[in-house]
Design a binder for this molecule. Structure first.
Ligand SMILES: NC(=O)c1ccc[n+]([C@@H]2O[C@H](COP(=O)([O-])OP(=O)(O)OC[C@H]3O[C@@H](n4cnc5c(N)ncnc54)[C@H](OP(=O)(O)O)[C@@H]3O)[C@@H](O)[C@H]2O)c1
Length: 282
């Protein structure tokens, strides 16, 4: 009988989407689960499921040595790696002018470079297997933009562009990608995982309420991370052949994605003659 067990590696499983995915996958017989976290003592919730197919691994995605140790541990224990979920991520609320440079650079280290370094670490294994799926957590913020999130948008737009290009580079190696683009989900993201810089400049006081609202709205979002986990598992397991590159999750994400692309399409079409007029004559 062919063994269809797949090995899944998830970053950032202490809370939120990562935890929901880890709990969902821990209950599947066809999954070897590698649950990673900066502090593995936060993964005690997995102990009730431990049946020899679960590996807990210390991983801060900004630390190259921990990334290398994780990929080695996965290959040693499970002999390969089929699905990488690049989930770990932070937020930052503040106006462009008033955002703290070091804090937003660190967010790029986690949201962009952490995802990049994890991906580069697993690609040799996936290329050798000629198969693999990488699920990258973007956001509706990777497609559409709102005030006070400029640098968060920067990280998620970077994830979108890097993923789309890389997907084309490795398509003939049997490696596929899916970008998860959620709207607000009930996790720790808007709370402890997002710094907030309240406006001090008078011209930006108009944004104080929305930044304050991101604090008070935390844990009241519409999105259910347990439902997201089930959808992601189903897409990867049952729809791998026609995996969507983009998957907005939540009604607001779907509405915003459609509105944003319809608006852009209308602009591109209206500008068509002007756009073409910039080329040299043939
Ligand atoms: N929730 C939403 O509304 C929403 C919407 C769109 C996109 N997203 C994206 O969803 C992803 C998961 O976030 P979440 O909503 O589940 O929020 P969350 O509950 O705050 O979870 C964030 C996870 O990232 C981990 N993390 C942070 N820095 C890390 C690092 N340097 N190395 C490894 N792990 C690190 C955290 O670990 P610690 O416990 O150690 O801090 C935590 O496990 C993020 O990429 C976020 O941008 C969220």
């Amino acid at each position: 009988m062919i063994d269809l067990t797949k090995t899944w590696v998830i970053t950032g499983t202490s809370t939120g989407f990562g935890k929901s995915l880890a709990i969902y996958l821990a209950q599947k017989d066809d999954v070897n689960l590698v649950a990673t976290a900066r502090h593995t003592d936060q993964l005690a919730y997995l102990d009730q499921y431990d049946h020899g197919q679960i590996l807990k691994q210390t991983l801060d995605v900004t630390k190259q040595d921990e990334i290398a140790a994780t990929v080695k541990a996965v290959n040693d224990k499970f002999g390969g790696l089929d699905v990488l979920i690049n989930n770990a991520g932070l937020g930052y609320f503040g106006t462009f002018e008033e955002s703290d440079r070091d804090a937003v650079r660190y967010m790029f280290d986690v949201n962009v470079w952490g995802l990049v370094d994890m991906t580069r670490a697993v690609l040799p294994t996936m290329r050798a297997q000629k198969s693999g799926i990488i699920v990258n957590f973007s956001s509706i913020a990777g497609l559409a933009s709102f005030p006070t999130l400029s640098f968060y948008h920067g990280t998620k737009h970077a994830v979108e562009g890097i993923t789309d290009s890389l997907a084309q580079e490795v398509a003939d190696q049997g490696i596929k990608f899916m970008l998860i683009e959620p709207s607000g989900f009930r996790t720790d993201w808007a709370g402890r995982s997002s710094q907030k810089a309240m406006p001090k400049i008078a011209a930006y006081q108009q944004f104080a309420d929305s930044i304050e609202g991101s604090k008070t709205g935390a844990h009241h979002e519409a999105g259910d991370p347990d439902k997201a986990a089930a959808i992601i598992y189903d897409q990867v397991t049952n729809h791998a052949a026609d995996l969507p590159l983009h998957l907005p999750l939540g009604k607001f994400a779907s509405d915003m994605a459609i509105a944003k692309y319809e608006k852009s399409l209308g602009e591109f079409k209206a500008e068509r003659d002007l756009s073409i007029s910039a080329d040299q004559p043939e």
